[in-house]
Design a protein. Structure first.
Length: 579
């Protein structure tokens, strides 16, 4: 029987069905048969691209709950600990495989992989005849890049996943493929093969915006090798004693390509997170979002991953999730312009607009964290107050700013859900250069790493006058002297601090801690201190008293229960979790 592929279907089923026959006799709409779908490889490629932003707050492809909530950078937020299932992800101790958000994320990411596989089959069968050999090769490279991108996320969260490629699809072997067929390193090898094919066959610049290119493939290859260079993902076998220097050299080699490209540092840090600069030279690869008035469609393409993360009382549907931690705010403290590495968290401090004190701050704090008394996203007419927090006794008063536009630009998507036309950075130039600095340090090239880090700090120092002049008296940032880069241990500390400050609230923190093999120590210390948070007399975050990160288990999330028992015995659970 010929298969039917649903390309797009938006329907609401009501109670109007009067019997089984009415349902069974229903003729589906907006479908296309297999032969027709596969005969148009260009549209199949577009279908694979469409999955980049085909996400929702319960299965966000930017992984903010897994990179931020699971770390020391962020509290969940919302209407209380029972609002969504993400509370278990931030406290770890109550996490089980039955969380619906885990199952949705697994299913949706594998749906994206399936789109890629079908596009590759279409290109193989009809590409040369329809598109020509060169274009077909480039489209295959794009789709393999996309598949590798989705698999990188799957491995990052679930570790043990089945490798489903176009051959498995053609052999109808998807439901026979185990998640233990390949080791962690072998799975990454498959991902690297896809990115390498993309790197070898894509141009450095595409004529059409939004398509992936050679430089993005080089950046992703560097990210893959950096992840592998530290170990196998579990704390006992990760960290400085497990470093693979050959992989670190690969990071340098591929970031050489990025460094020599047309991409570079955007001049002002604040501009990076404004829609006007969404496809600037800072953006190597980003999931594209749009407003309907800009792309001339009926609804546009909203960023639904971040729909919960608008500020309470600022946006019509600001649900107040993704709340910066006091620990993160404290990390921005400076003394003589340099980080307070050892004692930054000894006391909780927060700046107040117009009242500078002896305590100074890295300017990036005011671009990253919304705080009472300060303008929201630089706009004084939307100055934050303590009323802009939904549940301050649970999550405090800070709010996240990077993923939202300025309020004065209006609302494109509202009621009953708030969404924004903000691109999701997957790889931005500064992120890639910090990867390069990390590898250089482990290879003993400390002064080269210092140059990169100081370039980034100089940009932060230059990012006051344009957007946060009101905080100028509260800011103090200096470049690292040579003495901080005389040994690997100190240089490593500088690099790790810089990643946290530069990439704060961008979904990478937990994955950094895991890679470095320091997640359990960092997070369990964080839980103890954060549970004692007080802001202007208001206690909050006390729920952290029940939180605990268990090494050898919590480095990854469990394989979802529904997936384990869809075909009993096919998949094996990650270690440490009960079935």
């Amino acid at each position: 029987m010929k298969k039917i592929y649903i390309i797009a279907l938006a329907a609401t089923m009501t109670m109007g069905l009067t019997g089984c026959n009415d349902f069974l006799d229903y003729t589906p709409t907006a479908v296309v048969d297999e032969d027709k779908a596969f005969s148009d490889p260009e549209k199949m490629v577009n279908s694979a691209y469409a999955m980049l932003g085909d996400c929702w707050y319960s299965y966000p492809f930017n992984l903010w709950p897994y990179g931020d909530l699971a770390s020391d950078d962020c509290l969940k937020g919302g209407g209380g600990t029972g609002d969504t299932g993400y509370h278990d992800i931030e406290v770890w101790s109550s996490l089980t495989s039955t969380r619906g958000e885990l199952d949705e994320l697994w299913y949706r990411l594998f749906s994206a992989v399936s789109r890629c596989n079908r596009a590759l089959v279409s290109l193989e069968e009809n590409g040369n005849n329809v598109l020509g050999e060169q274009t077909t090769t480039e489209r295959k490279a794009e789709v393999r890049f996309l598949r590798a991108h989705f698999y990188f996320k799957l491995i990052s969260v679930f570790r043990q996943v089945p490798w489903i490629d176009e051959q498995v699809y053609k052999d109808k072997a998807t439901e026979k493929t185990s998640n233990t067929q390949y080791t962690y390193e072998q799975l990454f090898g498959k991902v690297i093969d896809d990115f390498k094919f993309a790197y070898d066959n894509l141009p450095e610049k595409q004529s059409e915006g939004g398509r992936v290119n050679k430089i993005a493939a080089a950046a992703y290859l560097a990210k893959c090798y950096l992840t592998l260079a530290w170990g196998d993902g579990y704390e006992a076998t990760d960290g400085v004693s497990h470093i693979n220097k050959d992989y670190m050299q690969k990071v340098v080699d591929y970031t050489d390509v990025v460094k020599a490209s047309r991409y570079g540092y955007l001049e002002d840090y604040g501009d990076i997170f404004l829609p006007d600069y969404k496809n600037s030279k800072e953006s190597i690869f980003a999931v594209q979002a749009s407003d309907y008035s800009a792309d001339h469609t009926r609804y546009g393409r909203a960023n639904w991953s971040n729909t919960l993360n608008g500020c309470w009382g600022i946006w019509s549907c600001g649900w107040d999730f993704h709340k910066p931690s006091q620990n993160l705010v404290n990390a921005y403290k400076t003394r003589n312009g340099l980080p307070e590495f050892t004692d930054y968290n000894d006391s909780d401090e927060y700046p107040v607009n117009g009242k500078p004190t002896a305590q100074k701050w890295d300017p990036r704090l005011f671009h990253t964290v919304g705080m009472p008394t300060f303008p929201y996203k630089y706009e004084s007419e939307y100055t934050l107050t303590k009323a802009n927090s939904r549940t301050p006794n649970t999550y405090g008063y800070y709010t996240s700013m990077k993923e939202v536009p300025q309020r004065s630009k209006g609302e494109s998507y509202n009621r009953p859900w708030q969404a924004f036309d903000m691109n999701d950075y997957v790889l931005r130039y500064t992120d890639v250069m910090l990867m390069r600095a990390e590898a250089l340090i482990e290879l003993g090239r400390l002064q080269e790493a210092r140059t990169i880090i100081n370039d980034i700090r100089q940009r932060a120092k230059n990012s006051i006058k344009k957007h946060i002049e009101y905080a100028a008296d509260q800011c103090d940032i200096a470049l690292y002297p040579e003495s901080y880069f005389q040994d690997k241990e100190t240089a490593r500390k500088c690099l790790r601090w810089e990643r946290r400050l530069e990439m704060g609230m961008e979904g990478s923190r937990f994955f950094d801690l895991r890679r470095w093999g320091i997640a359990s120590e960092t997070l369990n210390n964080y839980f103890k201190s954060e549970a004692k948070d007080v802001y202007d007399g208001q206690h909050y975050a006390e729920y952290y008293k029940d939180a605990h990160f268990t090494p050898g288990k919590n480095e990854f999330w469990p394989v979802p229960y529904n997936q384990l028992y869809y075909i009993p015995g096919l998949y094996t659970q990650n270690k440490g979790y009960d079935k």
